[in-house]
Design a protein around this ligand. Structure first.
Ligand SMILES: [Zn+2]
Ligand SMILES: [Zn+2]
Length: 306
């Protein structure tokens, strides 16, 4: 395995809302992203079949689970355990959403927790503005995987291979949609559902740091927001998550709907996953006891992953 040595994340930006000048974005990399959005409009030409709509809805929610249960709660935070086969399935599922490899995703996400809303947070809406946090940061020279952040994942050659060939799962899925359900299956079932899935996922980077309520005085601007939680299967409880990132469950109370956690619990009952980490008693203590300038984040992503 070739190890990539990158050192620390990008240095603090000089000034202004955007990271650098708009000219510095990797515009060539924007093309496939824009193309998937534009191809959704192909439905005007192909028409929309009932099957394609069902495929789009199913693929949106199944892959949303791949993003939150896979990329985020498993690979980035290791909040539950599973075997090597299901780990691979989770990686395939997550990556079918076309958000690069699980190592790339986890490395960037661990940096997000380590540097949250500081100059070194590559997708802070507070620092760099909404659109840069939503998707601009992806084309801001962030396409390399920092293997130092994900040593626990880099020991699996199959994950490293997938990380390098990250387009394989989404392209295979797109082709399958076209082969099974025709042009409408490709345009609506794959392209439209992928476009909507991207923006729904990205709301956690952008909106979940500016829109909602703060239960915990974390050192970042994270918020809890029920609408984002419903859209993203529980990721909207983002202030809870920044306060205690080691918990698989992000909706700390029964009324904080957290669909990903419920799915992971069911997988636990089936014996497919285990050691699902719950919020500790201290997060339920009265706010005056949990809130202090040093209360959060409780640990760095590196120590969580160890
Ligand atoms: Zn965050
Ligand atoms: Zn996280």
């Amino acid at each position: 395995m070739q190890e990539l040595v990158l050192g620390d994340p990008p240095p603090p930006r000089a000034s202004g809302k955007l990271a650098r000048s708009w000219r510095d974005y990797q515009w060539a990399h924007v093309v496939p992203f824009a193309l998937v959005h534009l191809l959704s409009l192909g439905a005007i030409w192909s028409g929309v079949t009932v099957e394609a709509v069902v495929v789009a809805v199913v693929l949106f929610w199944v892959r949303m689970f791949g993003v939150t249960g896979g990329y985020h709660r498993y690979f980035s935070h290791r909040t539950f355990k599973t075997g090597r086969v299901f780990q691979f399935v989770l990686a395939l599922l997550a990556m079918s959403s076309a958000q690069r490899g699980v190592l790339w995703w986890a490395a960037h996400h661990r940096d997000h927790h380590k540097y949250s809303d500081s100059d070194r947070d590559v997708h802070s809406p507070v620092k760099w503005g909404f659109w840069h946090a939503h998707f601009g940061w992806i084309w801001d020279g962030n396409d390399k995987t920092n293997f130092h952040r994900v040593k626990d994942l880099a020991k699996y050659p199959e994950l490293v291979w997938l990380d390098k060939h990250w387009l394989v799962p989404p392209v295979a899925l797109g082709l399958a949609c076209w082969a099974l359900w025709g042009w409408s299956g490709l345009f609506v079932g794959f392209c439209l559902s992928t476009s909507v899935l991207w923006s729904a996922t990205f709301t956690v980077n952008s909106l979940a740091h500016i829109w909602g309520k703060r239960r915990y005085e974390t050192t970042d601007a994270s918020r809890n927001n029920v609408w984002l939680a419903l859209l993203t299967m529980g990721e909207g409880w983002h202030n809870n998550h920044h306060h205690y990132m080691a918990s698989c469950r992000q909706g700390f109370y029964w009324w904080e709907i957290d669909m990903s956690y419920y799915v992971i619990k069911m997988l636990g009952w089936l014996g497919i996953v285990w050691d699902i980490r719950e919020p500790p008693a201290k997060v339920y203590a009265p706010a005056t006891e949990t809130v202090s300038p040093v209360a959060a984040p409780v640990a760095t992503a590196d120590s969580e992953a160890a």
